[in-house]
Ligand binder design. Structure first.
Ligand code: NCD
Ligand code: ZN
Length: 371
């Protein structure tokens, strides 16, 4: 079991609920943040942003648009486009990121961070995932940017998969840790690094044992699916994402890490909408759309692990602490209903439907609407 001794809050929570001796049916948490989110642009942005903004306080917004968000000016303009679609949610804060390229200018990154426009830089190994063609091939070329980030405490969000075609797709995260992450940590030890959407026990172990400037985000879907969900009984494009879901033992390691209360692990949904026509194709896109039902899914997982008392740490505390931000000053309440919830199957956009994640089990925990 991860996490070590229970903290005083946890003991208080347990004592309170044991005294009540009733199953928990209502849970109030500081408002969650999503530390890894794809909002896209244009019609897709317009269709999906409310699914996050209605429940979350902040979200780290991924920069893999086409073309990517690479400069301070790009991030600023993208932020404005997002906010233009959040009129009904004035408190929602998109936290912008820059897409690291081999020609990224360190002084532009520092200026963007110091102006409060960006909160992280994203490293995609070139070709690793959706829209990553402009990513990094030669790590020496980005060293000045990484040094500058370490100096100002700006986190690097890492897509942790090698792209070497000779490495099996199910091994790409573990090999990345050996070939890239370990040398990177040794080269720039003061850099804050987040292993995004960790999918393996190897990744969990690495992050848990690393220093205080290393963390990992865990997605909602990787807590539910293993590789059988994608491939057994017919190919399931809506369970295909990158990094691809691994064996069941890896899923169990992720559940243990997320529910453990260990400060290194926090929510990054990686909610990544694609049109159904792009996923249900001979060459389907990677990405799972989880924003609409993520919190209901998470409450289900944490309850099943008898860990509802750790949900707030995972969704609302650890991420903010790692990013050096205060936790939210408001709350949400999740209520356990008697009847299973009914979520829409898909979200409509001007260009077609986007299937919403089906976690495969009935969900009962509902977020109470924002007052
Ligand atoms: C993401 C996307 O669609 O942008 N896809 C995914 O499968 N997770 C990119 C990413 O985070 O890898
Ligand atoms: Zn992502």
């Amino acid at each position: 079991m991860l996490g070590g001794a229970a903290d005083p809050d946890e003991i208080e929570f347990m004592e309170h609920n044991m005294a009540a001796a009733e199953p928990i049916t209502s849970l109030t948490l500081r408002r969650p943040d999503d530390w890894h989110l794809h909002l896209r642009d244009g019609a897709m942005l317009a269709a999906v942003v409310a699914d996050t903004a209605q429940h979350f306080g902040r979200a780290i917004v991924m920069p893999n648009l086409v073309p990517p968000v690479v400069t301070r000016a790009d991030a600023s303009a993208y932020r404005e486009r997002i906010l233009a679609h959040c009129i009904g949610y004035p408190k929602f804060q998109p936290l912008m990121t820059l897409y690291l390229t081999e020609t990224t200018d360190a002084s532009d990154v520092v200026a963007a961070a110091q102006a409060g426009i960006i909160h992280a830089v994203k490293l995609y190994p070139a070709g690793a995932t959706t829209n990553s063609a402009s990513g990094v091939r030669d790590f020496d070329k980005v060293r000045p940017v990484l040094d500058a980030m370490a100096e100002i405490g700006l986190p690097l969000c890492v897509h942790g998969e090698v792209t070497d075609p000779s490495v099996d797709i199910f091994d790409r995260e573990a090999v990345f840790i050996d070939r890239v992450l370990t040398p990177l940590r040794a080269a720039v030890p003061d850099l804050k690094v987040i292993l995004e959407h960790v999918t393996t026990a190897d990744g969990v172990d690495f992050v848990r044992d690393a220093g205080s400037n290393m963390a990992a985000t865990i997605t909602t879907h990787h807590l539910f699916i293993n590789r059988n969900h994608i491939l057994a009984g017919g190919i399931q494009p809506h369970y295909y994402c990158l990094p691809v879901a691994k064996r069941e033992r890896h899923r169990l390691a992720l559940v243990a890490a997320a529910t453990s209360g260990a400060r290194q692990f926090f929510l990054g949904t990686d909610s990544a909408p694609h049109l159904d026509t792009d996923k249900q194709s001979a060459c389907g896109c990677a990405g799972i759309y989880t924003a609409p039902n993520t919190l209901s899914c998470l409450a289900h997982v944490f309850e099943a692990e008898s860990a509802l008392h750790q949900l707030e740490a995972f969704t609302s505390l650890h991420g903010a602490a790692f990013y050096g931000l205060p936790p939210a000053d408001d709350t949400i309440t999740l209520v356990k209903r008697d009847e299973a919830l009914v979520f829409p199957v898909s979200r409509a956009t001007a260009n077609g439907e986007v299937t919403i994640f089906d976690c495969g089990v009935p969900l009962y925990w509902e977020v109470e609407p924002r007052p």
